[in-house]
Write a protein that binds this ligand. Structure first.
Ligand SMILES: Cc1ncc(COP(=O)(O)O)c(C=O)c1O
Length: 386
């Protein structure tokens, strides 16, 4: 077995969730998904595909119709792109892994902005890369980027920058000016950018297109930029395992080989469902985003009212990431909350060592009352600790 794999840390989120296995009384907010099922009309499209007998492989890069639909969708939100820059993948996580396999050799220097969803830092380590973390800085209950520190960390020796914004878990989002500075710098150093923009639609600041700033808005097709996307969050399709990559046109042919050797293709019935999801985005995504904003605006003030809690409303994503003063071991606290309060949260140190003492709460709850009840459990538990 490769040492790099043996060295990988197990998911601390899973560790907490496993502690609550078999307990139906736990209010679980640990995973990054809504508890609302995929809209019926999207499910029907998959059923129809199966009924027609579409049980075969598709092209490595996905159904041409879906690649066209993704290009059209992206072109509505960002400058126009053609479908020859798109690969359909088996989930956002597979999109990210393919990008890392495409770009990173063993021994390469990779910079990642953290705290971040742990898969993003595990993937370069799987390839044997050297990972350098540049940490966002906590300021009150929010996290901010020291842009100069990031730029200083990216040198001509840096092969790849990995950045996720809107960010899981902190809700931090890159500004347009920061994106431009990063892109300009990476052009000078010859560094590739892997931008994880799966939360771009879950953005709560007022913008023209209802979308977080994207590197696609400012980059040229031939820039060293790969953007990873997912159907999971904006379309309530986590279990379908479907995402996509946008890449420079000359990479696409090589990406099709990598897809062949990883998964060969995404399942066709999922792809059929995704075409319908894109055609009828307006019936899903705006409602999902409005509901998430409502959930955020219920949860965050309730948390802010608790003693020792520091948190600010996330600009994007679906998480409240908060510091719990006086409880410095997140994993231990998260496990105790499951055992003693029936409350399931993700420990901050799952996302970065510097997020020790923080907890992540996914507020994507179909019934907002669950959030209120969850805060009640936390309040009672905190009281009992005095
Ligand atoms: C930052 C980030 N990127 C990518 C993903 C991948 O999502 P999926 O593999 O479900 O498409 C997630 C899921 O939680 C995420 O939080």
């Amino acid at each position: 077995m490769r040492q790099a794999i043996q060295n990988l840390e197990e998911s601390k989120i899973r560790e907490v969730a496993n502690a609550g296995l078999g307990r139906s009384d736990v209010l679980a907010f640990w995973f990054g998904e809504s508890d609302e099922a995929t809209p019926e009309f999207i499910r029907q499209a998959a059923i129809e595909s199966l009924r027609k007998g579409e049980t075969f492989y598709s092209h490595n890069l996905g159904l041409p119709e879906l690649r066209e639909a993704v290009a059209a969708y992206s072109s509505q939100l960002h400058p126009a792109i053609s479908s020859d820059r798109i690969a359909i993948t088996s989930g956002g996580v597979n999109a990210l892994m393919l990008a890392v396999q495409m770009l990173v050799d063993a021994g390469d220097d990779v910079v990642a902005v953290t705290p971040v969803w742990p898969n993003l830092t595990a993937q370069p380590l799987i390839m044997g890369a050297k990972l350098r973390r540049v940490s966002l800085k906590p300021a009150g209950g929010a996290w901010t980027l020291d842009l100069q520190a990031l730029l200083d960390a990216i040198t001509p020796a840096t092969r790849l920058l990995i950045v996720n914004a809107p960010n899981n878990p902190t809700g931090w989002t890159l500004s347009r000016a920061e994106q431009q500075a990063i892109l300009d710098h990476c052009r000078r150093t010859g560094t590739w950018i892997l931008a994880d923009e799966v939360y771009e639609r879950l953005y709560y600041e007022a913008t023209g297109n209802g979308c977080a700033p994207s590197f696609l808005d400012i980059a040229a097709p031939e820039d060293r930029l790969v953007v990873a996307h997912s159907f999971s969050k904006s379309f309530l399709m986590t279990g379908w395992r479907l995402g996509w990559l946008v890449m420079p046109p000359e990479m696409t042919h090589h990406m099709s080989k990598l897809v062949e050797f990883n998964t060969s293709c995404a399942s066709v019935f999922s792809q059929r469902a995704a075409i319908v999801a894109l055609q009828r985005t307006d019936e899903v995504t705006p409602r999902v985003v409005a509901h998430l904003k409502k959930c955020r605006d219920i949860l965050v003030p309730l948390l802010q009212a608790l003693p020792g809690v520091r948190v600010e409303a996330a600009k994007g994503g679906m998480y409240a990431f908060f510091r719990l003063e006086g409880f410095d071991d997140s994993l231990q606290v998260a496990k105790r909350l499951v055992a003693e309060a029936g409350l399931g949260l993700a420990p901050g140190n799952a996302f970065a060592p510097e997020a020790q003492g923080w907890l992540r709460w996914c507020f994507a709850s179909k019934d907002p009352q669950r959030l209120v009840d969850g805060v009640g459990r936390l309040r009672t538990w905190l009281h009992a600790q005095k």
